[in-house]
Design a protein around this ligand. Structure first.
Ligand code: HEC
Length: 159
């Protein structure tokens, strides 16, 4: 009987220890759970914010898209495209070497804008030195708009 009582008291004495470790485990689980929940919240919050940015734009990117050209850069790039689509570059190089027609490299440094316009619209008005009359098509005055000519001139001036 005495032994039993002793055992029981030993059990009772043990209990707080067990409870302590039970609570400690509970607290640990709570902490880990809390941390995981926080990480989940942050990452969900982050994707919600980036989704918001995607939908409504975050400023910089929307303000200046890389491919959107304006002003002179737009005019020059339009001129470069027109030189390709109208076949100019088949006769005029931009690498400094003369072909069927004189190279455009450095041309604008030697002549003025009026000369360039005339060279496009009335190719036979003045013949570039070393080249022959009647080779460059005379049809561009009919097929190119005033804006096209502006763009082509800006492109040649940029070379
Ligand atoms: C079939 C060949 C050919 C094509 C295509 C051609 N050209 Fe020419 N171009 C010439 C030749 C040859 C000359 C030189 C003779 C002359 O001045 O007319 C010339 C001269 C010029 C000149 C004066 C160059 C200088 O050094 O004095 C300009 C500017 C010019 N071309 C612009 C253009 C533009 C812009 C286009 C396209 C819209 C074009 N050319 C298409 C052959 C061509």
């Amino acid at each position: 009987m005495t032994t039993e009582v002793q055992d029981e008291s030993a059990e009772v004495a043990d209990q707080p220890e067990q409870e302590k470790s039970f609570f400690a485990r509970g607290a640990l689980i709570g902490l880990v759970g809390g941390a995981l929940a926080a990480i989940l919240l942050i990452s969900v919050g982050g994707s919600v914010i980036s989704l918001f940015d995607d939908v409504f734009g975050s400023g910089e990117e929307a303000a200046a898209p890389a491919e959107e050209l304006t002003g002179d850069a737009l005019l020059i790039s339009t001129g470069s495209n027109l030189a390709t689509t109208n076949g100019c570059i088949g006769c005029h190089s931009v690498n400094g070497l003369d072909g069927t027609g004189p190279t455009w490299t450095g041309l604008a440094a030697r002549v003025d804008e009026e000369y360039l316009r005339r060279g496009i619209l009335e190719p036979n008005a003045e013949i570039a030195e070393g080249f022959t009359e009647g080779v460059m098509p005379v049809t561009y005055a009919d097929t190119l708009s005033a804006e096209d000519v502006d763009a082509l001139v800006a492109y040649i001036q940029s070379l």
